[in-house]
Design a protein around this ligand. Structure first.
Ligand code: URA
Length: 244
């Protein structure tokens, strides 16, 4: 049964779809259906991953191949958060293993950040896609607020377990979900922003935006800026007693 139907089933009057009452009910329904009840007591990355494997807090489990949970050491100093797994990640069951992940690896290598010191994850843990016109390829579709909200407890639990010194939001979906709705990555990329989520928090572009560059020169420039942002992360990691 759709969420909204569940919400108004308890009421005697069905509100008009455009009315304020409908909107309030919708907000209520979206707020309440999340993965929160699934979070195990005293979670570890292993128990979180095992439990998230059967998550049905939103409908994306129906079309995704599997839950793609975060990956990396519990002792990682840096956590990178992307939007959602892509086609390759969905099939492999691991985050950032496709073209965007390869580009991230390349940038990390350029600034000397060891992958073992990094935890990578996404705000949404299932691949959201639509078929292309010929029905041959799966095209990425941006997750809705309700899907991000439903999945959020998994990310909060990852943050609580890993306790990264540095949190890096990759792209607008992650930045707007974790920082604030109006956050502009293009204006504030590479800046340290105030947040309770970690001692150091920064947003930068999503590596897939670099892959979408239309010519060699703009791709080179975008990669250079991305590497410059990650270099700031590398410097923070070298601060004694801070993020080592
Ligand atoms: N894009 C993301 O945001 N996350 C992945 O894991 C892969 C691509």
């Amino acid at each position: 049964m759709p969420l909204i139907a569940v919400a108004y089933k308890k009421k005697t009057v069905k509100p008009e779809a455009s009315s304020q009452a409908w909107r309030a009910m919708k907000r209520e329904a979206l707020k309440t259906v999340t993965a929160a009840p699934l979070i195990p007591p005293h979670p570890t990355l292993r128990t979180l991953r095992e439990t998230a494997a059967t998550c049905k807090a939103c409908d994306l489990w129906k079309t995704g191949t599997q839950t793609v949970f975060g990956e990396g050491s519990q002792h990682a100093s840096v956590m990178f958060v992307g939007e959602q797994p892509g086609d390759r990640e969905d099939l492999a069951g691991r985050p950032f293993v496709g073209p965007a992940g390869k580009l991230l690896d390349q940038a990390l290598a350029q600034v000397g950040i060891d992958r073992r010191n990094v935890y990578v994850t996404n705000v949404v843990k299932h691949f959201k896609w639509v078929p292309d016109e010929r029905g041959k390829r799966r095209i990425h579709k941006k997750p809705r607020y309700s899907e991000i909200n439903a999945c959020r407890p998994w990310l909060d639990a990852e943050l609580a377990v890993v306790k990264p010194q540095i949190l890096v939001c990759l792209g607008a979906t992650a930045a707007q979900a974790l920082l604030r709705k109006e956050f502009s990555v293009s204006r504030r990329r590479g800046e340290l922003v105030e947040s309770e989520l970690a001692p150091y928090v920064m947003a930068t572009v999503h590596p897939s935006s670099i892959l979408r560059a239309t010519d060699h020169e703009s791709r080179r420039q975008q990669m250079e800026s991305f590497v410059a942002d990650l270099r700031k992360v590398a410097h923070l990691l070298q601060k004694p007693g801070k993020a080592a």
